[in-house]
Write a protein that binds this ligand. Structure first.
Ligand code: NAI
Length: 315
């Protein structure tokens, strides 16, 4: 399917990241933004990013940076973007009203072969596609930032999305070298944020109850559980942790897991717990002062680049 046309709506952080991914696999990319000057800025930045990736040896795909750049073009009209598109990736800001207005416009322009995927991290696809005639061609394809180095994409169908649209998007993500997971039906928070919030809730409660410091709670993940989780998930970890596999694991430890889980407190509402928030912020700012956030983000990205290279070497 490489060589076919991909449309990207919204040329901010995530729209640009998708442009790089699609071009790396040889797709022709058209980039559209409601702010026309944004597209020119995005193209300039993409050219620099591609050259940088090539110079660092981290460029994806088999094509040169220049060839990949030549696959990406700007466009000034949504109508032009929708014409002959195989797939449209929507990357406009996370505001429901804005997304609804855009999807209503797209609904009039979509051709029967085009699938539209939203990059949204929070909105279930039924929220913006409910009343549209082309709603069976719409779903969510939620990446994690930075998508160039984190391969996961969550595919979330609305109740009316066709299996074919989901499967085509899954195959497209695989063709890019991403690692899609498919939710069988939509649910608030999808799966990534549901798991992430379960961790945040428990760490919040432990810090709030004075059991552990923020730094040590974070080390439980970065120096402990996360070391395994970069390779395998919680179920396979359990499977490996008992002589007879996962059945044995839950038969042995299920009672203990239930007993500990029964001691978790109520779900915290972080915006209403001012004292804990002040304490969490104080400790986080000791770890990384606000003026050092940018530098720490750069360290995180550098680490992800190296981790992603390491993972690619593994079988
Ligand atoms: P951004 O603010 O960097 O870029 C949004 C772009 O959309 C801007 O260039 C803006 O001019 C343009 N835009 C606004 N209204 C438009 C319209 N009607 N038509 C065309 N273009 C329009 O936003 P960002 O961070 O790239 O987020 C985009 C989507 O990706 C959001 O849904 C967000 O939840 C999702 N996402 C963001 C992640 C992140 O870390 N930033 C991670 C995963 C998903």
């Amino acid at each position: 399917m490489s060589g076919q046309k991909i449309g990207i709506v919204g040329s901010g952080l995530i729209g640009r990241a998708w442009a790089l991914l699609f071009a790396s696999a040889g797709y022709r990319v058209q980039l559209y933004d409601i702010v026309e000057s944004q597209v020119a800025t995005a193209l300039d930045e993409l050219q620099q990013q591609l050259q940088q990736l090539e110079a660092n040896g981290t460029l994806r795909g088999n094509l040169s940076a220049q060839t990949q750049f030549e696959l990406i073009n700007g466009c000034t009209q949504l109508q032009q973007l929708a014409k002959d598109a195989l797939h449209i990736q929507e990357c406009v800001p996370e505001q429901l009203a804005l997304k609804c207005a855009l999807y209503a416009q797209l609904d009039e322009l979509l051709e029967p072969q085009t699938v539209v995927a939203s990059s949204t991290s929070t909105f279930m696809p039924s929220l913006y596609s409910k009343n549209l005639q082309r709603r069976s061609q719409m779903l969510v394809a939620h990446p994690l930032n930075p998508p160039y180095f984190i391969p996961l994409v969550e595919l979330v169908p609305a109740p009316w999305t066709t299996d074919e649209a989901v499967e085509r998007t899954r195959l497209l993500m695989l063709a890019l070298g991403q690692r899609p997971v498919v939710l069988k039906r939509e649910i608030q928070g999808f799966v990534t944020n549901r798991v992430q919030y379960a961790i945040l809730n428990e760490v919040w409660r432990l810090v709030s109850d004075g059991i552990i410091s923020v730094a040590d709670a974070d080390r439980v993940l970065s120096d402990g559980l996360g070391m395994r989780y970069a390779l395998m998930g919680s179920m396979e970890t359990a499977h490996l942790n008992a002589p007879g596999g996962v059945r044995d694991y839950f038969q042995r430890f299920g009672g203990e897991i239930a007993a500990v889980s029964a001691t978790y407190g109520p779900t915290p509402n972080m915006c209403d717990e001012a004292a804990t928030l002040a304490e969490v912020a104080r400790q986080c700012e000791q770890l990384v002062p606000l003026e050092a956030l940018e530098q720490r983000r750069a360290e995180r990205d550098e680490f992800l680049i190296r981790l992603s290279a390491l993972k690619r070497q593994l079988p």
